[in-house]
Design a binder for this molecule. Structure first.
Ligand code: NAD
Length: 497
């Protein structure tokens, strides 16, 4: 496997630097550790940006806005973005190694989802911007000469992109690609847990011919650190954020100063509804993935499962078997199907819910603790896949986003009850419905208070369709033309003939 060749700044301590104006930049408040969640080993040190580095990144982006990028024809920007995708694919192994080292996820998962989607995001938005049309109307005027009235998209400016750690390259490029396609410049603040692939992408941007300053990366934490400094910065025109709902609230407050636009992709407590008429094999396969994939650290993951009573016992027994078949282990081992949680701190949080479930009298169908791992991996943040039944709906286990490999399963007796249970949450990101009754599928989908409703599937989506959450799971939609709408100002031009 190719070693990670991300240039580490010559800051004396070899810490991972920021990427500003097309070059790596050292300096900042201090450095912090990046640890591998597989065994707790040190990946390296990362430089935390202070005010001066954030100022430099925003200034580089503002300067780039006055440069050639936004003036390129859309087809030419699209060509450059395809070269970025080519660059990710050409350095696939380096991106894979970096992502796996930061997250601990199995190579098989990152190679199937994270890195290919990083490249695909650039291709989708390159093609979209090349083909996007504008609205044009020929108008009648009282004097009979007429007018042409049209909308034209202009870049919004400098976009702050704040990202989480669960799908670092995938979620970051999901925002950077459309922002760049529309002619903006960006300053990215990757999660402090997963700083590497965003930094590595800087080299790809340079090689692809993205002008210096169009893509910038600063490292650090959220509150009182790079994240807050960036979102409060007066040189930022709009903020696109993926992360926890509470963080979203803090960022919205920062964005209110100066009336900056926000796009918020936030948390979830997503239900699956399994009707007795479902193809149970498919429902089990889908629910196993949606609950345990990426060790449960997927915003779209399932943490509440409602199963029609006639198949409840069978479903629970088979989900238990599937959970117990998952194999934690080294990411590169072919048999590994479960990675660790992102950090010891996150494991403490998830284990807190495991203990609470037991204390509240949940029936623990499987899991509930820490797996026995070989001594070399004992420093990792491993956790058992866990299934509970028997808790009331007002339990924190059923209400809070846990973000671990776990779910609570509860029986229901009819369609109305299932919908009411599934909708009884502050969140509204997604749901998955398992039924072979077509009319029921449409009926239920129409009544779910969510941004995305899957039927007989999960995590299946054409990237041109809208993506986002209802209720406290987000504001706005990205994906396809919806991303273009967020990353541009639509200017109305009316020409009297
Ligand atoms: P988080 O909210 O803790 O952090 C996300 C990012 O925000 C990090 O880069 C962090 O440093 C930064 N940040 C934190 N506080 C900040 C502040 N006050 N100002 C500016 N920046 C700040 O989220 P996380 O733990 O990294 O990720 C997990 C969460 O993300 C879960 O809630 C999950 O559901 C959510 N998520 C949502 C989606 C979606 O599309 N809806 C996708 C993935 C993850």
């Amino acid at each position: 496997m190719e070693t990670v060749t991300t240039q580490r700044t010559a800051a004396g301590d070899g810490a991972l630097g920021h990427f500003v104006g097309g070059a790596y930049l050292s300096g900042g408040n201090r450095t912090f550790e990046n640890r591998n969640p597989v065994d707790g080993s040190l990946v390296g040190h990362v430089t935390e940006a202070g005010g001066a580095e954030v100022d430099a990144a925003v200034a580089a982006a503002r300067a780039a806005l006055g440069g050639p990028w936004r003036r390129l024809a859309a087809a030419d920007r699209a060509r450059v973005l395809h070269r970025v995708a080519d660059g990710i694919e050409a350095r696939f192994d380096a991106f894979l190694a970096a992502e796996v080292r930061d997250t601990g996820k199995p190579n098989s998962l990152a190679a199937l989802i994270d890195i290919p989607r990083g490249a695909a995001n650039f291709r989708v938005f390159a093609d979209l911007i090349k083909n996007a049309g504008d609205e044009v109307f020929a108008m009648a005027t009282p004097d009979g000469t007429g007018a042409i009235n049209y909308g034209v998209r202009v870049p919004k400016g400098v976009i702050a992109v704040i990202c989480p750690w669960n799908l670092p390259l995938l979620l970051m490029t999901w925002k950077v690609a459309p922002a760049l396609a529309c002619g903006n410049a960006v300053v990215v603040k990757p999660s402090e847990e997963t700083p590497t692939t965003a930094t590595l992408l800087g080299e790809v941007m340079n090689a692809a011919g993205v002008p210096p300053g169009v893509y910038n990366v600063i490292h650090g934490f959220g509150p009182d650190s790079a994240g807050e400094l960036l979102t409060r910065h007066a040189g930022i025109d709009a903020i696109t954020f993926t992360g926890e709902t509470r963080t979203g609230e803090a960022i919205m407050k920062a964005a209110a100063v100066g009336v900056r636009d926000v796009s918020m992709e936030l948390g979830g407590k997503n239900p699956a509804i399994v009707f007795a008429d479902a193809n149970l094999d498919h429902a089990l396969e889908g629910t196993t993935r949606s609950t345990f994939a990426n060790c449960g650290q997927v915003c779209l993951g399932t943490e509440r499962v409602y199963v029609e009573r006639a198949v409840f016992a069978e479903f629970v027994a088979r989900l238990k078997t599937a959970a117990e078949r998952l194999r934690p282990g080294r990411p590169e081992a072919a048999e590994t199907t479960l990675g660790p949680l992102i950090s010891q701190q996150h494991r403490d949080k998830v284990l807190g819910y495991y203990q609470r479930a037991r204390a509240e009298g949940a029936e623990v169908i499987t899991g509930g603790g820490i797996p026995d791992m070989p001594a070399a991996l004992a420093g990792g943040s491993w956790i058992q896949p866990t299934i509970w039944t028997g808790l009331p709906e007002d339990s924190a286990i059923v209400r809070d986003e846990i973000f671990g490999p776990c779910c609570h399963v509860r029986p229901f007796d009819d369609e109305d009850e299932a919908i009411a249970l599934a909708n009884d949450t502050l969140y509204g990101l997604c749901c998955s419905v398992w039924t072979q009754n077509l009319a029921r599928a449409h009926r239920v989908a129409a009544r779910m208070d969510v941004g995305l409703c899957w039927v007989n599937s999960w995590f299946l989506r054409d990237l041109r369709t809208p993506f986002g959450g209802a209720k406290r799971s987000g504001i706005g939609r990205e994906g396809g033309m919806h991303s273009l709408a967020f990353y541009t100002e639509l200017r109305n031009v009316c020409i009297k003939l």
